[in-house]
Write a protein that binds this ligand. Structure first.
Ligand SMILES: Cc1cc2nc3c(=O)[nH]c(=O)nc-3n(C[C@H](O)[C@H](O)[C@H](O)COP(=O)(O)OP(=O)(O)OC[C@H]3O[C@@H](n4cnc5c(N)ncnc54)[C@H](O)[C@@H]3O)c2cc1C
Length: 238
């Protein structure tokens, strides 16, 4: 099936939490695959056939995939003041829920601010892992009557994959993109999988898909040799 893919992004670049360079690279990766990237464009509403955008224009479409973030699952019983506007539970620097002495929240659901993250931490696995380890240590400290330590998020870096050989990596002191980044992405994700058997199965699966060009789960399929449409002028259908 031939599809036209539009990526609608409210802010002025994709991957806005990463550097401008990585954003530009990711955009060019997407455009080379034929995706129409519309930045500074807000989806205001949609029905099953149309997406309406803030310029007053609309896109006719058969399929809409909404990826504009997540909302916390509300927890009945906690005071309304504990919740931020997007449903995250407000916690202080020990991950204790604001206003409670024995309820803790961590990971995606927790909204914890620190100087570097005034709007809260990014909702990524590293934050959840580090907060869990930290809270475990603090609970040990409570048990032995030691003073609690305040959580500080250690950003180990960010990676985003756009497609085959197309990855952007930002480590605290190093940024790179392309094929090497793609290998690093695979290595780190493989090492994060629990158990040798799982690692091996996933590695074999990836290798099979890589060498056979198995695209059964891919959304963007461009036949080999197909023209790059990234430079085509296009307009949003009325
Ligand atoms: C599609 C996708 C891709 C992602 N890719 C990345 C990535 O590449 N790198 C990265 O760092 N992060 C990624 N993330 C984010 C990452 O998954 C989260 O930041 C991380 O899982 C947060 O961990 P958590 O323990 O806070 O929450 P979760 O992992 O979401 O765990 C919460 C658990 O609580 C359960 N639950 C919810 N409500 C209740 C209830 N009332 N009672 C009992 N159980 C309940 C849920 O079923 C779930 O199992 C991705 C997220 C998504 C959705």
């Amino acid at each position: 099936m031939q599809v036209e893919l539009y990526l609608i992004e409210a802010v002025d670049r994709v991957l806005s939490s990463m550097s401008q360079k990585s954003s530009n690279k990711a955009r060019s990766f997407l455009e080379k695959m034929g995706v129409h990237v519309l930045t500074n464009t807000m989806a205001t509403s949609c029905d099953d056939k149309t997406v309406f955008i803030d310029s007053g224009k609309s896109l006719n479409t058969g399929i809409i995939i909404w990826t504009a973030g997540i909302k916390g699952n509300s927890t009945v019983g906690l005071a309304a003041e504990c919740f931020s506007r997007n449903g995250r539970i407000i916690v202080e620097s020990y991950n204790r829920v604001s206003g409670y002495s024995n309820i803790y929240a961590l990971g995606d659901i927790a909204l914890q601010t620190e100087e570097k993250y005034p709007q809260g931490h990014p909702q990524v696995a590293q934050v959840a892992i580090q907060q869990a380890q930290f809270l475990a240590e603090n609970l040990e400290r409570i048990k032995s009557n030691k003073p609690l330590r305040e959580f500080r998020y250690k950003d180990l870096g960010t990676m985003a994959t756009v497609g085959r050989h197309l990855v952007v990596v930002e480590l605290p002191s190093l940024r790179f993109q392309g094929v090497f980044a793609w290998f690093i992405w695979m290595f780190i994700h493989l090492m994060s999988i629990i158990g040798v058997k799982n690692k091996l199965m996933i590695f074999m699966n990836w290798a099979w898909k890589y060498f056979t060009y198995d695209q059964s789960t891919r959304l963007i399929i461009r036949p080999k040799g197909c023209a790059d449409i990234s430079t085509n002028n296009y307009s949003i259908p009325e």
